[in-house]
Design a protein around this ligand. Sequence first.
Ligand code: HEM
Length: 503
Amino acid sequence: MPSLVLATSDPLATLAAALLLAVVALALLAAVYHDRPAFVPARPEVPQLKPSWPLVGSLPHLLALRKRGVRFLDESLRQQREVAPGGKPYTMALPGRFFGGRIYVVNNPAYIKTVQKDVELWLKGKAVQTIISDFLGPHGIFVSDGDVWYHQRKLSSHIFSIQSFRHEIQTSVLADLHKLDALCQDSIAQRKTVALPDVFHRFTLEAFTKLAFGVDLNTLPDNVAGLETQVTFAACFDYCQSFVERRPFSLVPLWAERFTAPGRKYHDSVRYLYDFSRSLIDQRYDAREKGTAESASKGGKDLLQLFIDAGCPRGDLPAVILNFMIAGRDTTAQALSWFMFEMYLHPDIAQRVRQEIWTNLGRAPQRDLEYDDYKKLPYLNAAFYESIRLHPNVPLTRKRAARDTVLHPTLDEATLPGKDLPSLPVRKNEAVQFSDYVIARMPEVWGEDCEEFKPERFLSEDGSLKQHSNFLFRAFNSGPRLCLGKNLATYEGMAVIAHLLGK
Ligand code: HEM
């Protein structure tokens, strides 16, 4: 008997017995949990992603995707079509300290509406906060739930409603268009190609640091040679983002990261970003004491000044501003990159966009797009939204249940297709997952031509912009956590396109 062996004083025998016990326990667990990680309850009534292995569930299948050269989002689309056709829910189970457990995949606006409307029940969750809060702070709007999020949301919504903020947005966006111009001209003159996504990321970072802090980082050069130069703030910001994105898959525990070279680089980068932000904040407070705050924020009111005026605690300011930068910078740069890609594929649509720009802003164009004008270009707006529909910036969302619940589909005209969908009992801490990338390619939701690039989807018969429900066109999220920068991003994107395509 193992217990008798354990009682002997022979260390080798003790070790052998312990190993034997472990193997027996593992075999027993594997027999009981033959298709999922240990202690995850079975859900045989919901279609299951296969193959699913004892104790590790679907993890090997997902890890093998990279080896097979399959993009995760394309695999999600295949799963939806094959495991649960017609927009039905399915389930998978994953091991892991951060994102493991039972996951219900609900790629259907009918479920998503129920989830998105209840921000107290469906949370971003502790796992997300743990991996991101040393970068974006525990109080950031992007990462928080509950009262903390509600407070941040109220503060930020107030700022977006201030009329002068629009002027500030327009100034920071238009200020860099001439640099973008010069860079493109130089690339043509020198016959050198530039990577547009890189250029757009530089553009949006520059515009955003101006909007946030009133400073010019010079991340966007006016010539091709300048693209070789690295700006420390931009390099640190990019490194932190890519590091936290890799964290869920890392085998190194958070406490041990500082013992690795990438971990040290990450922590140094975070420190640089915070030191940089704090020095600007300190300057602003000093200026306020000296009565020169107005000139420190260059006459207008940047985000920093608006948050100070709104009573945001001084210690929270760096993280609050960094949250905004993360929310607004990559999203808009990626949207612009995909839009240009679609224009390259559809020259006829590009020509129609150009015609609308010329009609409204003159050839060349003669003037830049102003904030109050962007609604006068519905075709460009429709094409921009159609591009974001097909290439959503947040292509996958996961939310965890704060308590046991039953997820009912919401059946109304905005959430087709809602018929024949089961209600799903979900336990506390279990997750639901949905993908706007998949939904954009579901004929049940967007029609048989869902995979085609068709700006007409966003146009009414009279040519004006068609307003789809936020629960259907979800690229800017929906419910109480709807993107606060939707109009800002739409204006910024359209102003850049009008400038570039109008040439
Ligand atoms: C094309 C550009 C953009 C797209 C597609 C987009 C999309 C989104 C999405 C999907 C979310 C929800 C994210 C989540 O909860 O996981 C979100 C949230 C947010 N976005 Fe945007 N966004 C864009 C640009 C911007 C800009 C320019 C700003 C301005 C600062 C901004 C500010 C925010 C904020 C503050 C939130 C958090 C809202 C909350 O949780 O209450 N976004 N956005």
